[in-house]
Design a binder for this molecule. Structure first.
Ligand code: NAP
Length: 258
């Protein structure tokens, strides 16, 4: 196969959770630019629909769905709707995630649980429900959005639940890759560094001095742009990465080097 054709995603069906905005929206746009039809399950249906409508201008089919990734019944209903509409699922990006900056000694069980439920349990629930369809359809590609926080402790903001959840996502990625290789399901993860999205903008608005701590230790001396994840998402979703599974790709301007 010609190398450029191996990146082609025409006739592929891709689900990107939490893609109403931010990194998910950018990656969903990248997959659509490579030809994939896009499903956006997000807790915020109105924004998901806006993002889906914008992506459909690229000439692909899109579907926005209201779905809380922590609710098993929501996830099962979402997968059923995708199968009803498109017949199969080729690609899943588990992107929905939140971060809470709370000192560990002050954190309530509710706050801890909410981060773990969305960031880690949500990835498991969506992967399990989609994998059942992929098994019937001779395989697929699952891409989990982990973080460099799986590997390093961010400074100075306290975010132990986020860091623990993302370490869980990275190890879940490897575990599912090992279990599901026999079904031709590849499972990889992207571990971004500091990226300019609403999630980080909210933190910087309250604490502008943090930018210095985030950028100075980054060898490339800047934050990443959401569209800088498009290429890696298309690579992992496509035949271009056909012998790759269980891999965690750091896309962080070099932050984890030091
Ligand atoms: P974002 O702008 O806050 O977007 C996250 C999206 O997920 C939002 O649309 C959000 O909806 C949705 N969502 C939240 N809870 C959900 C749930 N229970 N079910 C379904 N959807 C839900 O975040 P982002 O910065 O793009 O981050 C996307 C992913 O990348 C996350 O997993 C994050 O941890 C990871 N990441 C981000 C960075 C970074 O620097 N930005 C770095 C490393 C990793 P609402 O807006 O209604 O809450």
């Amino acid at each position: 196969m010609n190398v450029l054709s191996s990146f082609n995603l025409e006739n592929k069906i891709a689900i990107v959770t939490g893609a109403a905005r931010g990194l998910g929206e950018a990656m969903a746009t990248g997959l659509a630019e490579a030809g994939a039809d896009i499903v956006i399950p997000d807790i915020n249906y109105k924004e998901a629909k806006k993002a889906a409508d914008k992506i459909s201008e690229l000439g692909v089919d899109t579907l926005a769905l209201k779905c809380d990734v922590t609710e098993k019944s929501d996830v099962q209903e979402m997968v059923k709707k995708v199968i009803d509409e498109f017949d199969r699922i080729d690609i899943l990006i588990n992107n929905a995630g939140i971060c809470k900056n709370i000192a560990a000694e002050e954190m309530s069980l509710k706050d801890w649980q909410e981060v773990i439920d969305i960031n880690l349990t949500g990835v498991f629930l969506c992967s399990q429900a989609v994998a059942k369809e992929m098994i019937d359809n001779n395989g697929g590609s699952i891409i989990n959005i982990s973080s460099m926080s799986a590997e390093i402790v961010n400074y100075p903001q306290p975010q132990c639940s986020y860091n623990a959840s993302k370490a869980g996502v990275s190890q879940l990625t490897k575990s599912l890759a090992a279990e599901w290789a026999k079904y031709d399901i590849r499972v990889n993860a992207i571990a971004p560094g500091y990226m300019k999205t609403e999630l980080t903008a909210e933190i910087l608005e309250k604490n502008p001095e943090r930018k210095e701590y985030w950028i100075e230790p980054t060898p490339m001396k800047r934050m990443g742009k959401p569209e800088e994840l498009k290429g890696v998402a298309v690579y992992l979703a496509s035949e271009a990465s056909s012998f790759m599974t269980g891999n965690i790709m750091n896309i962080d301007g070099g932050y984890t080097l030091y």
